[in-house]
Design a protein around this ligand. Structure first.
Ligand code: ADP
Ligand code: MG
Length: 301
């Protein structure tokens, strides 16, 4: 097969591993920088161009779209879908999971465990919003943050009010969440491929840090997850419509709660922690599932 990876950097660990795993399994693995793809959206012959040439003969794509370029990146994925090329994660699913509020609403609708979460627009509602999630301490997070940036722990009500005021002043969209203290600065990253958790790790924030992100100095180790955690991760990916997802869970006193569902999960941390060939499993999934026109939404919405 000819499987294209959309990635802004061919030297990133995840991109390199996917290329390597694809070649190992006998595929052609071109990498295109989606920022440099341009499109003809004509109805009779939609096309995508790169460096002066039309991209042709692609059987499937693996989008690795960073948070900072979601808008254009998902438009490129959608264009492949319009051209009937199979995308392992569809554009609509990527967009859905990127917006933390939208994702939480969809997960809540399906009865998946979440931290108590509040969202408001008007400044006058701050007090009630804080009460709604159980009062301080609370976690306040920007809706489109990533890698732990824009996630703040406010230990007192006063601190929470100040942070909320600051975010409002910046016109940033944010949500307020119950602080899951018993998680102890650790979370579980479950790597879902298809309807299975193929690898899982526990990430622990560095001393004194409640955020477990590896980018914030956290460390990772392999972990055995419970059947309930496994089920929650698989269902969350399915609700988002993602075939490949990194589902982050916190171990709360009332069972697993979902933090976020990542549509371009990094492979370095999880492959190193678990010694599993996750890239190979993603390629294998594509071999089994990629078909022309198999795109469920065909780039709609
Ligand atoms: P990002 O997208 O920036 O990674 P997250 O929502 O995943 O943002 O938050 C980053 C980290 O902060 C999480 O992995 C978790 O360790 C910690 N965290 C986030 N929200 C909470 C919460 N409500 N309770 C406890 N810890 C949290
Ligand atoms: Mg996170």
């Amino acid at each position: 097969m000819k499987i294209a990876i959309l990635s802004t950097n061919p030297n990133l660990y995840s991109t390199r591993r996917l290329v390597e795993a694809g070649i190992e399994r006998g595929h052609e693995m071109p990498v295109y920088n989606h920022k440099r793809c341009y499109m003809n959206i004509q109805s009779s012959s939609p096309s995508i161009h790169y460096n002066g040439e039309a991209i042709e003969g692609i059987d499937a794509i693996i989008p690795r779209i960073g948070a900072s370029i979601s808008f254009y990146g998902t438009a490129v994925v959608r264009q492949f879908e319009v051209m009937n090329v199979y995308s392992v994660n569809e554009s609509v699913a990527i967009t859905r999971s990127r917006d933390k509020l939208r994702a939480s609403q969809l997960l809540a609708r399906k009865g998946i465990g979440l931290p108590k979460t509040g969202f408001a627009n008007a400044p006058g509602d701050t007090d009630d919003l804080l009460d709604l999630v159980g009062g301080a301490p609370v976690v306040i997070k920007l809706l489109e943050g990533t890698q732990g940036v824009g996630v703040v722990l406010a230990e007192t009500r006063k601190a929470a009010e100040s942070v909320i005021e600051a975010f409002r002043g910046l016109k940033a969209n944010f949500m307020v969440q119950e602080f899951i203290k018993e998680a102890g600065g650790a979370d579980l990253r479950c790597l879902v491929v298809g309807d299975k958790v193929v690898a899982a790790m526990m990430r622990q924030g560095k001393e004194g840090e409640f955020r477990s992100n590896l980018h914030r100095g956290g460390s990772a180790k392999v972990v055995k997850i419970t059947p309930e955690e496994r089920k929650t991760a698989v269902r969350s990916a399915r609700v988002m419509g993602l075939n490949v997802a990194g589902v982050d869970l916190l171990r709360s006193a009332r069972g697993p709660v979902v933090m976020e569902v990542n549509s371009s999960p990094g492979l370095e941390g999880i492959e190193n922690a678990t010694q599993k060939n996750v890239a190979g499993m993603i390629i294998e999934f594509i071999e089994k599932n990629a078909r022309v026109g198999r795109t469920r939404t065909r780039g709609k919405g």
